[in-house]
Each structure stands twice: as C-alpha cells, then as structure tokens.
Design a protein around this ligand. Structure first.
Ligand SMILES: [Zn+2]
Length: 293
C-alpha cells in the first residue's frame, strides 16, 4: 500500500488522471457523427438506430474517467476492438492490522492521498475486489519496471492484509494463488509477470518484504525464479546489467539490491555477494539474453 510514504501517483495533480481529463474533454462530447455517404431513407433509419444505441453509450462514456473520443479527430468507429488488458500483477502488503481497516483506507481519501487496489486478500483467505480489472487502480505510485513507467495503467494491484512483520497466513497465500490462476488465465497476463511493490519502487517501498513466499509462488508457476543448479558466472559478468534486464531501475543501486534481496534471497542487505551473482546469472540466462560478455 502507498499511504504512508508518498501519494499513490494516481490522483490529484497528475495530468493523466480521470477527473482532470474528463473536464478537459467533456465540453465537446458527444461529438458529431459524420455521415460518410448520402443519407437515403435506409441510411437515415440506420442513423436513427445508431443514435438510439449511442445515447446510453454516451451516458456511460460521460461517467468514464477517460474521454471516449478525441475531439481533434473525426470519429469513424470500428467494431474491431475490446478493452485493454493489464500485463503485470503487483503484490503488496497493507502495513495495517485488519481487513476492515484496509477496506476503509482503500475506499476513502487519506491524508497522504487516496489509494486503492483491485483486490484485497484477508489473512483468512477472503478475497475482496474494490476496482474492476479493466480500471486503473491507484496502488503502485511512482516507479518503473523494465520499460513500464506508468505501472498503474499496466497492472493489477493485489493487497494482502499483513502488517509487514508477521509471516503470511497459508489460507491467504492459497487464495492469492487461486486469484493469480484466474487473472493470468482470464486476462492473459504472462504468469512470470508477477512482482512486488518494492521491485518497481526500490528505496521508496518495502512491500511485500522478505517474508513473502516468492519461492512458493514460483513453484506454482508465478513470478520469476532461478531454475536449476546455480553456477558461478563467467569473468566479466555484469550484475547490474542483469538487474536491469530483470526489470529493476538502477537509479539507486543499493535500494535496487535491497529489493532484489527481499524478493530472491528472503533477506535484508544492500550489497551484492557471490550468491547474488549466481542468482543473477541464472535469471539473466533464463530471460534469454545473457548479461555475460
Ligand atoms: Zn504497496
């Protein structure tokens, strides 16, 4: 969750966010429907039917956070489309003490700015959905993963009811695995594309932390994990290139190592050791592009 540090990056002041953009574009909405051919009687009937269909759509679009149409272009609609789908799943811990407290936090304004997530999973395994999958929840805040710089737009956020110091409850992880199976199947998110909040925001975030069972997720087929026996990398292996290849931003290298340690070693620390190099070499090879010279 992003309440305690910096605001979530979704809401006030961010030019791409809903309310601001809606005000900018709603003045010209709905735009004219341009008739492309001479409207005979049949065409007029078609247009009338179109108009009837467009009315409820226009009303729905007016409630949506983003404009349906760009007023600088002529609207020539095509039926060949569907909703955009996220490509990444981000796991968080709430850093709070109960589902009730987190449901309140994730659904209201907070002193640090409003935050949300698509899902919240209780320690008892109960799954709550707060934002529709196709909508942009405010869970990630500033950060980057690989080439993804607007993580909220590209991801599903899953909060786990956990205070950050207690081991994650088995029923909670069981439910998370069921939810991951659903999301990766239904939304076609690549199963390897499951990361932690701290992975995309090294130095700013610490969740889900070193207690989170990434190995258990990997055994179930989710997230990235080194496979096979770990071997020493060849001379000249660049661990920083490997970290960047995995997805970590390297603006703050000790912070990136700390996040890497939490995720892949289950420990704290901000300097790389020989075991880290073996893990990084394995991951780099798995990603199909060796960081070795
Ligand atoms: Zn978080």
């Amino acid at each position: 969750m992003t309440i305690l540090a910096t605001p979530a990056g979704g809401p006030p002041g961010a030019p791409l966010d809903g309310p601001v953009r809606l005000r900018q574009f709603s003045a010209g909405f709905p735009p004219r429907v341009t008739a492309l051919s001479r409207p005979g009687r049949a065409s007029l009937l078609r247009l009338a039917r179109h108009g009837l269909l467009l009315l409820p759509l226009a009303w729905l679009a007016a409630c949506a956070p983003l404009p349906a149409r760009n007023p600088m272009a002529t609207w020539v609609p095509s039926p060949n489309h569907d909703i955009r789908r996220p490509v990444l799943i981000v796991v968080h811990f709430t850093d709070q003490h109960s589902v009730k407290e987190s449901l309140q936090t994730l659904r209201t304004a907070n002193s640090g700015g409003p935050v949300s997530a698509h899902y919240l999973i209780g320690a008892d395994g109960g799954i709550y959905q707060l934002v529709a999958d196709e909508q942009r929840a405010w869970h990630a805040g500033p950060g980057r993963w690989g080439t993804i710089t607007d993580v909220n737009s590209a991801s599903i956020g899953i909060e786990l009811d956990n205070d950050g110091h207690t081991p994650f409850a088995p029923p909670q992880i069981d439910s998370l695995l069921r939810l991951l199976a659903d999301l990766t199947t239904r939304l076609r998110i690549p199963p390897a594309q499951v990361i932690g909040h701290e992975d995309l925001a090294p130095g700013r975030k610490d969740d889900p932390g070193p207690l989170f069972p990434w190995k258990q997720l990997a055994d179930a087929g989710y997230g990235l994990w080194p496979q096979g026996p770990l071997v020493d990398p060849p001379a000249g292996f660049d661990p920083w290139m490997a970290l960047g290849l995995i997805g970590y931003a390297l603006d703050n290298r000790p912070a990136a190592v700390r996040s890497f340690h939490h995720h892949f070693r289950g420990m704290n620390g901000d300097t790389l050791d020989a075991d880290d190099l073996r893990v990084l070499y394995a991951l780099a090879r798995q990603l199909g592009a060796s960081a070795a010279p």
